[in-house]
Write a protein that binds this ligand. Structure first.
Ligand code: IMP
Length: 176
């Protein structure tokens, strides 16, 4: 059963969509007339990913990479692959789409996993970044919003599997 948490709106639907349109326009400039493999990092980035790829005017194919590293509100620091890419990315342009960079461990893992497969290029984008939570250096090409080191839910992001369906990003008010 869903936890009875109180969620305070933090980034509205309107703010999300404006930012995604901006990032999409920048990526269109970069990838116009190119073939691009857009990689959705499951589960958290599915909503951001589906909105973002609709804002990029390029020849896109979709791939899904499943990883998990969280228990409740803390990162375990260990990345477990739950679903691998279905096709090789060697010689292709890859856009890696992540929901949030917290400690940076997951994004680093994903970048290394993709770079080891020899793509023509790798571009990273994260909707959210918590700069104060970084534990390993993590360079990103595009970031939607830099946020404080607090747990957020909604727009794909979960707490214990719930709240992914909120259309906005919210901050949790009452963790026990
Ligand atoms: P990292 O490896 O610590 O950077 O964590 C990355 C993953 O942890 C993200 O892809 C999310 O799935 C999850 N995560 C980190 N911070 C939050 C948060 O505030 N809310 C929900 N999930 C989060």
């Amino acid at each position: 059963m869903q936890q009875p948490l109180s969620i305070k709106p933090y980034i509205t639907e309107d703010q999300l969509q404006k930012k995604i349109a901006e990032i999409g326009a920048t990526l269109t400039e970069k990838f116009r007339n190119k073939q691009l493999i857009a990689v959705c990092v499951l589960k958290g980035s599915f909503m951001f990913y589906s909105d973002l790829i609709r804002q990029i005017d390029a020849d896109i194919t979709c791939e899904f990479f499943g990883v998990s590293s969280y228990h409740g509100t803390t990162s375990s620091g260990e990345v477990k692959v739950t679903l691998d890419l279905s096709k090789p990315v060697e010689g292709k342009h890859v856009l890696l789409v992540e929901d949030i960079v917290d400690t940076g461990i997951t994004m680093n893992y994903l970048k290394n996993a993709i770079l080891s497969r020899m793509p023509a290029s790798l571009t990273t984008v994260a909707l959210l970044e918590k700069p104060d939570a970084l534990k390993v250096p993590c360079e990103l090409d595009h970031v939607g919003f830099k946020i404080s080191n607090e747990f957020v839910v909604g727009y794909g992001l979960d707490y214990e599997g719930y709240y992914r369906n909120l259309p906005y990003i919210g901050q949790v008010q009452n963790f026990q």
